[in-house]
Design a protein around this ligand. Sequence first.
Ligand code: AMP
Ligand code: MN
Ligand code: MN
Length: 386
Amino acid sequence: MTPPAGAAAGTDPGTGPATATPAGSGRRLAGEAPTGGGVSPVVGAAGADAPGASSAGPAPQQWAAAVETLQGLPRDARVLLICHINPDGDALGSMLGFALGLRALGFTRVQATFPGPMELPEAYAAMPGRELLVPADEVFTDPELVCCFDAASVSRLGALADRLERAPSIVLDHHASNSGFGTVPLVIPGAAATSVVVEILLDRLGVPLDAAIAECLYIALVTDTGSFRFDSTTPAVHQLAARLLATGIAPAEISRRIFDTRPYGAVRLHAEVLSRTRLEPAAARGRGLVWTYATLDDLARHGQRPYVLESLIDPVRATAEADVSCVLKQALPGEWAVSLRSKGAVDVSRVAIALGGGGHRLAAGFTAYGTVDEVLARVRAALDQE
Ligand code: AMP
Ligand code: MN
Ligand code: MN
């Protein structure tokens, strides 16, 4: 599992405007006492005041069911952790942070994986817990428990979706569009990152935060909040960040690794792809669309792997004249991974869902088939419906 060179981290403006958490709401509701030591996370019974949360999360019984499921499991049980395909910082950080937490609890057979080739973007190659990663085609076929991370639907688990039929599952996620799959869904819609959910569950399991777990959860949090720039960055998010930083992790070094390091070839590739960006001011009913695309040939010419394109949406969405931005990343001949972002006027999760994908109000995506022109025609038409 040698990661090829390249920076990966794009920002996922995630969850959009969240109801601001009142300062000083760092309390648990009655009956919600943490099972573990350490500083308590900020969460109410419904999870609605979890960092960045905007609506109700799991009921107390669901948290209890997750804790009981894990506590009732023999420590040598086969536990399989799965995050979404093309994992980002939140998917990997949440999964590996939880994996390390399970190891701290004494679980001896923990595997962490994601669909597709076990190829880690360079940005995440040094993440704590990476030694627990196992290629998708080598993981337990008969797990005794499955935990899923940052996946809004079963389809995001690719070929690993069949494991959900073979074992009980705990689903940790923060997508408003989450389909509710799994035996014990722990979804806090609007939470700033899936790592918010992970930290709450680890606390309830009595796992203290150490620097390795904290680094994973911090990477997840900075990725999905765009380094604390998005609306999901509530006071409770900063309180969580403070608890993570208090373990002694090095934020500057982490940020440089995650956001600000890429090979020369990727810099040149970005320049070329950005130079073909197009603005359509009249699209999206006059709110404006800006788009570009990158092909497999572009990647090959610059000797780069597909994940170096993940951060490309950020300079594109800077375009002042467009509310909606769109990047088509060729995955196979005739197949594209499409990223959509909004500045707020358009709910791009609705556009993505209409086109077979999903996501958040301000950051969404879908898989598309055809030529660039055909895919864009579909995007324009779906935007006109919004
Ligand atoms: P991305 O543009 O790949 O960074 O994805 C932005 C968000 O859109 C992610 O957080 C996912 O929630 C969602 N998303 C992206 N691609 C898909 C897809 N093919 N199906 C469902 N949701 C997706
Ligand atoms: Mn994600
Ligand atoms: Mn996420």
